[in-house]
Ligand binder design. Structure first.
Ligand code: AP5
Ligand code: MG
Length: 213
């Protein structure tokens, strides 16, 4: 099963993608997590990506596409995956489509987690992220068991550099201009599914499992 998570920054793509990955036993592939792991480890790719991410801009397609295609070519992605944060532009979607077509394959579902901009800004300031394992929490809605510590791996939780209010506004602008057109792209392919992302995390997941079966 090959799934794409669509939605604005902070819509809950990562939260839901992890739940899908656990239930359906497919890897959760997040380009944002891959970039953040590279920044943390001080790699050349990380340094390059950080320049864009800190401003709320997209990392250039050439760089992002290569990383994603390398990742999904790995063995654990043979039976499917859930993509979170990729594709984010029409050119990225076209490259993925072409790569899959060459393998006689296709995306099964593109799930759009719909949350209005007003709700997003509130969510982001409360988010805490684990840069080691990619888990995310919210200080009010989804708190970790021990404050500031990741339940899954015990690492320290941080406020992401790009979750400052000004940067979140830029990310929303970028989303509306560059990523929202993907909703039409996947509607035309007949794989788009909409879920209301303003509901609780469990209710959103329930709606997704009804779609995936
Ligand atoms: P990325 O890491 O993908 O960030 P994003 O799309 O901006 O999305 P977020 O991770 O901020 O939000 P999310 O939808 O995953 O929400 P979450 O589940 O955490 O990308 C970061 C940057 O990397 C980009 O800006 C770009 O520069 C670069 N990049 C990445 N991919 C790229 C690509 N393909 N091309 C180019 N550049 C790329 O939830 C948010 C918060 O809300 C959390 O605190 C969570 O606990 C809480 N929450 C979740 N669900 C609910 C709910 N139902 N109710 C209440 N709270 C909830
Ligand atoms: Mg995310």
């Amino acid at each position: 099963m090959k799934i794409i998570m669509l939605g604005a920054p902070g819509a809950g793509k990562g939260t839901q993608a992890k739940m899908i990955a656990d239930k359906y036993q497919v890897p959760h592939v997040s380009t944002g997590d891959i970039f953040r792991a590279n920044i943390k480890n001080g790699t050349e790719l990380g340094m390059e990506a950080k320049k864009y991410m800190d401003q709320g801009l997209l990392v250039p397609d050439e760089l992002t596409v290569k990383i994603l295609l390398d990742r999904v070519a790995q063995d654990d992605c043979k039976n499917g995956y859930v993509l979170d944060g990729f594709p984010r532009t029409i050119p990225q979607a076209e490259v993925l489509d072409k790569a899959l077509t060459e393998l006689g394959d296709k995306i099964d579902y593109a799930i759009n987690v719909d949350v209005p901009d007003e709700n997003i800004i509130k969510r982001m300031s409360g988010r805490r992220a684990c840069l080691s394992c990619g888990a995310t929490y919210h200080i009010e809605h989804i708190p970790p068991k021990k404050e500031g510590i990741c339940d899954r791996c015990g690492s320290e939780l941080v406020l992401r550099d790009d979750d400052k209010e000004e940067t979140v506004k830029n990310r929303l602008d970028v989303y509306h201009k560059q990523t929202q057109p993907l909703i039409d792209f996947y509607t035309e392919k007949g794989v788009l599914k909409e879920v209301d992302g303003t509901r609780s995390m469990e209710e959103v997941f329930q709606a997704i499992t009804e779609i995936l079966g």
